[in-house]
Write a protein that binds this ligand. Sequence first.
Ligand code: G6P
Length: 609
Amino acid sequence: MCGIVAATASREVSEILMEGLRRLEYRGYDSAGIALISHNAALQMHRRPGKVKELEYALKQTPITGFIGIAHTRWATHGEPSELNAHPHISGGRVAVVHNGIIENHGKLRDELIEKGYKFDSDTDTEVIVHLLHFNLETNEKSLPEALRSVVQRLEGAFALAAIDIAHPNQIVASRRDSPLVIGVGIGEYFIASDQLALRQVTDRFIYLEENDTVLVTPDFLEVRNRDDVVVQRKVSQITSAPEENMLGSYSHFMQKEIYEQPQALRSTLNQTSDPENPSLFGTDTEKTFDKVKAIQVVACGTSYHAGLVARYWLEELAGIPCQVEIASEFRYRKRVSQPGTLLITVSQSGETADTLAALRGISPGEFLATLAISNVENSTLVRESDLAFMTKAGAEVGVASTKAFTTQLASFLSITLALGRRNGIPEDKEKEISSALDALPDAVSSILKMDYQIRHLSAQFTRRNNMLFLGRGVYYPVAMEGALKLKEISYIHAEAYAAGELKHGPLALVDEDMPVVAIAPGDQLLEKLRSNLEEVRARGGQLSVFADPHSGLEPSSDLSILMMPNCVEYIKPIVYTVALQLLAYYVALNKGTDVDKPRNLAKSVTVE
Ligand code: G6P
């Protein structure tokens, strides 16, 4: 994880770098740092533990200036979050490096460098990079790009890195392998960052680097070399969409804003399916592939994995297509057998999650019919490396806990289910019913948002709890999993989800007056079975809160709180109920006073294994 940003220009760059860091904070926020080469070619640096605002404060106290610099926001892997472990790392008082990724052979390189007389100030794997770079510059008298290329040949693992050297005061060198890196092209200036989002305030033209590319930029020069050290031209892509609105407006948190943006995000996502101008979606390639699909394998992490679990119910029940869903970090290391005609669907909000990407890259030729990425970020590595893509149109998601990305992933899966169902003999009336349910989805989500006050009221009873259980049956089991994940991510309350039928096989032993249980009770055919499970909880003194359908027939009592959900068509209920659980987690976290948008130890985009 971690975010890096760099700039070389004919103007002051410190504020450009700081704005870049603010926009990259979703990638990690346990320390931050910035290094600039001043106008008299001196290296100046600030590093601070904590969030980017701590670094901002340091800069206000002691401003530093320069036309060239690098900056970093960290998510610790090697070494605790501290000033010494914060990037940039410096060697010989002349070279500075920022790095995102993990250097797997850092131990061996460290021993080698210590033997050469280098002293290590930090516990990070990154420090070997800066000392190696320094060694190549000083001892082998290489140019800065040559020195970087020698360094990256020695590195095992994942990296996106950028370096500056006071002996070459207008040059930045950079390289990537298994971690994202883009070049922002300005007029007489170049920028480098982990994500284009960091640079949208300064440019709309980007170059997406390929694996093992190395780059040299000065304000008016760019050279990219590929893994064979050959100079290559990489395409400059112009982003036509307006820069993402990155402001909170009247909301208190990005998570709250993003929960409220869901009706619009769903509308935008669903509108594309009816846009004949959108070839990437259900264009010829997709149509041809879909004609041959016999089975589906979904691979993803975190919330995106939960989207796959929900989709499995739809794909099997409505489209009659067998579907397996697996966590990417398991899938990638397992010997697998897939049936002929299996479509691999990877799901990732960011399109950069290391395990999901590795899973895609690790498939054998002919193992799958084709690969399709469901992602929220155009030009993300996952999208670029997949055969087909379905873009969720959620807009930038800043809150670490995913909300609108999840519901738009579900809407995308329902659209895909319909497209496959049509080929597999879904009855026409059912198809019409699902289509009109999708049309009604944004309004159904709006009606949950109107329940904000009631959900906030309900949240009060969970604020002082240490543990919670979430129960669901059928398609609502993964919805319960997502509800539990949201709660633990942002409120730090230990929460587990169970398929309600599994209660008696273990978790019932945990149920007493100190273990609140949240259940999802839509009025489907499993309602009667769920009601028996709820009685089992009540009989053990458990406090129940149920998100219930108006037809569930459940009545509130002293041990049973009911949140009556608006009536809506069955197919979209998993999406609608999820929004209520998102609001519940949000308000519990708010009551507890945790950092809702940047929960401890987490990051939004996990680009390390
Ligand atoms: C991190 C985030 C989660 C997200 C998961 C997968 O853990 O904190 O919110 O669901 O990564 O991310 P992706 O970008 O692949 O959907």
